[in-house]
Write a protein that binds this ligand. Structure first.
Ligand SMILES: Cc1cc2nc3c(=O)[nH]c(=O)nc-3n(C[C@H](O)[C@H](O)[C@H](O)COP(=O)(O)OP(=O)(O)OC[C@H]3O[C@@H](n4cnc5c(N)ncnc54)[C@H](O)[C@@H]3O)c2cc1C
Length: 493
């Protein structure tokens, strides 16, 4: 049955669902308020420099490969990507440096040699993260979450029986502290809580499964940079017949007694049988269906972190840096107390430096580098961001100078800055949070908005603010779930 589908938003989730539905023969139009596709996966340019503006880590590429397979095309003809030999280079304030090699055994040896931790413990942890991922994947990541059938399914019951293996009752930090003697390794693995904007001192130990993605399955990088992923997904969607309207904000979802009729654009109704929203769920309810009761329960959990990013054009190479580098705070606990407690930025913030020109040669002129320097920030609750930026910049520069034994300021040719305000304004992400709600409680998986409301036929939700969560792989997963739901609902009709 051919359906008329409106997709609101051309973020990664919106692009993926539009392509999937076009491949099933539906008539799909994507409305995007910005003038380009990608949403948070954008890019910044200055003279001959280019920066990926948002995501910099690419894991689970199979989810993107799957779209090309469905389309009968070869992904590598459009996007070539390589597995990273060194996923991240970790720098500590006491001078320790750990290379997180992509090869698990090489990483185990490096981590043990640098920290004195027993190789067996690190190996056991990597095995454990794999088990946790495999136990939860089908239910918590690719499973539908708003039907009773989820909770009586064999997979859910099996996962529930294995709950003692999922570290649900411990925090991530608590579990890692019991596991490792080395505080450096505890910090390294605690860090994965930030991959969905959470706090390792509150998030359940189950989040240790995230390590599996990088350490066992591998981290990748597209030959032409991260934005290429969004650009090529857009091109694939166009080739498969999806229509795009840019600079076109959707003003309302049009419905009659909660049965979808279409979307309102420029004051006119564009009819549709199905509407899929890739818009942050808060703004969806507030602006696009204000006549619906606001579902408070989904907004009670803490929001995930936002970010402050300095895009620097650097006039010289730094050979000590890899593609991904992390300069840890000397007091991780205090940093998270600031992020989630006082909602301020700690004076010694963990600083992430991503240099895509290490791989993408065209991203900076010869002899120069494009630095993406990011720190986690609290959600935007009206802090004085100009002041925060000024203070953080001083602290970040001091940290870089200490760790790299350099004087970075004279080498910064140009600077662009993004902060929670601009992230919120540009992509309509509530409070600038990068991943919707945080996972700071063991119930967080149950507190995410589902991909479909049974009482609102025809309306579906994808993207980082709904189940299964934020981050590129999870947004792709949300599109896969919605694709299956729509298929099922059409068959039932
Ligand atoms: C600085 C930064 C670093 C990150 N790092 C990583 C990383 O390393 N790895 C990772 O996996 N993830 C990372 N993320 C998170 C990742 O970018 C997001 O999870 C993902 O891109 C969100 O995609 P989405 O489908 O939810 O849509 P979004 O990117 O949120 O896009 C939503 C789109 O909807 C449009 N829109 C909103 N309202 C309307 C309307 N009314 N009408 C029409 N259009 C509308 C917006 O303009 C936007 O284009 C990062 C994000 C940021 C900002």
């Amino acid at each position: 049955m051919k359906m008329k589908v409106s997709v609101i938003g051309a973020g990664i989730g919106g692009l993926a669902i539009a392509t999937r539905l076009a491949l099933r023969g539906h008539d799909v139009t994507v409305y995007e308020q910005a003038d380009v596709p990608g949403g948070k996966m954008g890019q910044v340019r200055w003279k001959d420099f280019r920066w990926d503006a948002g995501p910099s880590l690419f894991t689970l590429p199979d989810l993107m490969e799957e779209l090309y397979v469905m389309a009968g095309e070869e992904m590598k003809l459009n996007i070539r990507y390589e597995q990273l030999d060194i996923v991240t280079k970790y720098f500590y304030e006491d001078g320790m440096v750990i290379n997180a090699y992509g090869d698990p055994e090489q990483f185990v040896r490096e981590a043990a040699e640098k920290t004195g931790e027993k190789t067996g413990r690190i190996r056991r942890f990597l095995k454990k993260s794999k088990i946790m991922y495999e136990l939860t994947r089908d239910v918590f990541i690719f499973g539908v979450f708003n039907t009773i059938s989820t909770f009586v399914s064999r997979k859910f019951l099996w996962a529930a029986l294995q709950i003692y293996r999922l570290e649900v009752l411990s925090t991530m930090h608590g579990a890692n502290k019991r596991r490792f003697k080395s505080p450096h390794l505890v910090q390294l693995f605690d860090r994965y809580a930030t991959y969905n904007g959470s706090n390792p001192y509150k998030a359940p130990g189950t989040l240790n499964l995230i390590s599996h993605l990088e350490h066992n399955l591998g981290a990748y990088f597209p030959e032409k940079g991260m934005y290429k992923l969004a650009d090529e997904l857009y091109n694939l969607a166009v080739r498969k017949g999806v229509a795009f309207e840019f600079n076109t904000p959707v003003e309302r979802i049009v419905h009659s007694e909660k049965v979808v009729k279409g979307v309102m654009v420029k004051g006119e109704t564009r009819t549709a049988d199905i509407v899929v929203s890739d818009v942050d769920i808060y703004y969806l309810y507030k602006d696009l269906i204000p006549d619906m009761k606001f579902p408070e329960k989904y907004f009670k959990p803490e929001r995930s972190t936002s970010a402050m990013i300095f895009y620097w054009a650097i006039d010289r190479p730094y050979n000590d840096l890899e593609l991904h580098n992390l300069f840890f705070s000397a007091d991780y606990k205090a940093e998270f107390d600031h992020l989630f407690g006082s909602k301020t930025i700690f004076e010694d913030p963990t600083t992430y430096i991503f240099v895509s020109s290490k791989i993408v040669k065209g991203d900076a002129p010869d002899g120069s580098e494009n630095w993406f320097v990011m720190i986690n920030t609290p959600e935007n609750i009206g802090q004085d961001w100009d002041k925060e930026i000024k203070n953080a910049r001083v602290n970040i520069i001091a940290k870089i100078n200490r760790i790299l034994n350099t004087d970075i300021e004279p080498h910064i040719l140009h600077e662009t800055v993004r902060d929670p305000r601009s992230i919120e304004a540009e992509t309509f992400s509530y409070r600038g949070s990068l991943y919707g709600n945080s996972s700071n409680s063991s119930m967080s998986a149950f507190n995410r908005h589902p991909n479909h409301r049974n009482d609102f036929p025809g309306l579906y939700f994808v993207g980082g603010s709904v189940h299964p969560g934020g981050g590129i792989p999870l947004c792709m997963a949300s599109a896969k779930i919605v694709d299956n739901q729509i298929k099922k609902h059409i068959i039932q009709q």
